[in-house]
Design a protein around this ligand. Sequence first.
Ligand code: 1GP
Length: 253
Amino acid sequence: MFKGFQLSTFSKLEKIRVTRGAVAIALLDPDLKNDKGLINMLQLVNESDFDAIFIGGSLISDNEFESRLEEVVKNTELPVIIFPGSSNQLSQHADAVLFLSLISGRNPQYLIGEHVKSAPIIRNMKLEAIPTAYILLDGGVRSSVEVMSNTSPIPMNKHDIIMAHALAGEYLGNKFVFLEAGSGAENHAASEVVSILSEQLQIPIIVGGGVNTPKSVKSLVKSGAGYIVTGTKIEQNPSLDELLEFTNAVHQI
Ligand code: 1GP
């Protein structure tokens, strides 16, 4: 599947996690609304010590997903991983795709439907698929994921239910558990939840949604988060110093 003896993108990410303590991921939403700012955001990401880029969105309002992704790939050295809102968001120019199962929900479209539609295309594109258990948590505001997927988030205080989902995700063979509070969430996944899960899980935890301060990052990484995803912060035109402070907090080794 992979050319020569190249490491898979998953292995590269895991190597970074082990050597740097945690992995800093910049999320770029290649939607029409970001069309003009995308390359500027990317330059900022390139200079801010991020380790990888996730690219994708809940809704892409035009048919330029692939051309924007190609533009991103051309202008960065970082691994580019698709974080798809649907099976339409695929490109052979990416390094990998998160093969997401929205296991907090009970909507068959996001448990198997989109997977069946995209699997032959992923195969044709020779794209690396990284199976990921995607768990939507209640971040205090109604998220785009909730609206678009027609699923309900799990309340943040239902630790036993979150744990049961995460373990099911691991036993189903996923390589990551992704704790999502939704883009722009008021409350990111609680450090307490990350801590309880990381004690029981063998697979690494990705945390995203509403993570925008170095203080939050430090507490999440200390609790066992292996990957921190941030998107909205990058869209808010932050200074280089601000972003560097953020990625420094991720890299605790
Ligand atoms: C959303 O996890 C991501 O899917 C990022 O969220 O935009 O709040 O950083 P933010």
